[in-house]
Design a protein around this ligand. Structure first.
Ligand SMILES: O=P(O)(O)OC[C@H]1O[C@H](O)[C@H](O)[C@@H](O)[C@@H]1O
Ligand SMILES: [Fe+2]
Length: 194
């Protein structure tokens, strides 16, 4: 570790009400930044046509990406759907594939959808108080299946990096859609999965 990578003790504030921090501006992801990621292209075009929507935002504090450091912050996925598919993050693998991550749910309801290159997949429930463990080798995507913002606090080793390309190309095996009878979330095969 070089001298400018030494982090001094500090405290960051994240609101328990909306997940936002005043330490650093959040990085915002609008629907238009996720072309092709939702299953229903027509519904996606229609959604963008009505004016772009903020799908999620997250705080990345800029901790040096070196071994021994921890990256942490909040992620806020807003309620909404593209067609029947709930708003979600892009999702990613870690560049250092065997890096795990913990997400602690502060507010809202949803699912953490995961899959690994071995073909296993899983979905764990986000509800206030739940800490979801994402093991190494699992790509992960947060999905808001509720009516309130889904707010999570995450921690992972800072040198893990993000691999977005694999998911952008292949997609996840599963998608989470609102069931037409009853409005409950259901996990179904992704018709676009490659
Ligand atoms: O990176 P995305 O898949 O777009 O998700 C947004 C963010 O979600 C979480 O907060 C992760 O811990 C971040 O590392 C990630 O960048
Ligand atoms: Fe991650």
């Amino acid at each position: 570790m070089t001298i400018n990578e030494i982090v001094k003790p500090f405290t960051a504030y994240f609101s328990l009400n909306n997940g936002l921090s005043d330490n650093k501006p959040a990085l915002r992801r609008f629907l238009s930044q996720m072309p092709g990621m939702y299953a229903d292209d027509e519904a996606f075009r229609a959604a963008i046509g009505e004016g772009d929507r903020l799908a999620y935002e997250f705080h990345e504090l800029g901790i040096p990406e070196s071994d021994g450091n921890l990256a942490f912050g909040t992620s806020i996925v807003y309620p909404g759907k593209v067609g029947a598919e709930y708003y979600m993050t892009k999702g990613h693998y870690h560049n250092v594939l065997d890096t795990a991550e913990v997400y602690y749910c502060i507010g809202g309801h949803g699912l953490m959808l995961m899959e690994n290159p071995e073909g296993e997949w899983d979905a764990q429930p986000f509800a206030p108080g739940n800490a979801v463990y994402v093991p190494g080798r699992y790509a992960h995507r947060s999905i808001n299946t509720g009516k309130e913002p889904l707010i999570t606090f995450y921690v992972f080793r800072a040198d893990a990096g993000h691999d977005y390309g694999t998911i952008e190309t292949k997609g996840f095996r599963k998608i989470v859609v609102e069931d037409p009878d009853g409005g409950h979330p259901s996990i179904v095969d992704n018709p676009k999965w490659k």
